[in-house]
Design a protein. Structure first.
Length: 103
């Protein structure tokens, strides 16, 4: 590390935030899809009233719409985190250059 480890910018925690939010998206979509599939199977088997299918489709549309909004928020958050990382890396490099007497 330059300058005897005096200047070091760590971005691992920022990367963890991005990974976790993306992982959450995958999990909640997977959970919903699993529940929906199971309910549709019960309807097809005649174990649940067919009218539930109409309600399920309405709920699926609501879920997809709201999930898209959440996904958009996650994308915006990840973009902001990436920008913070870039600023930190650039700022750290500038500090190293300044410490070395450069511009």
């Amino acid at each position: 590390m330059p300058n005897g480890d005096l200047i070091h910018f760590r971005s691992e925690n920022l990367e963890t935030i991005q990974t976790q939010t993306t992982g959450q998206q995958e999990r909640y979509i997977g959970i919903w899809d699993n529940v929906r599939t199971q309910l549709l199977g019960l309807i097809e088997a005649g174990q649940v009233d067919a009218q539930v299918g109409g309600v399920l489709e309405e709920r699926d549309q609501i879920f997809r719409r709201e999930a898209t909004g959440f996904d958009d928020s996650v994308i915006a958050q990840n973009t902001a985190v990436r920008n913070v990382q870039n600023i930190g890396v650039e700022g750290g490099a500038a500090m190293v250059r300044a410490a070395r007497g450069g511009a």
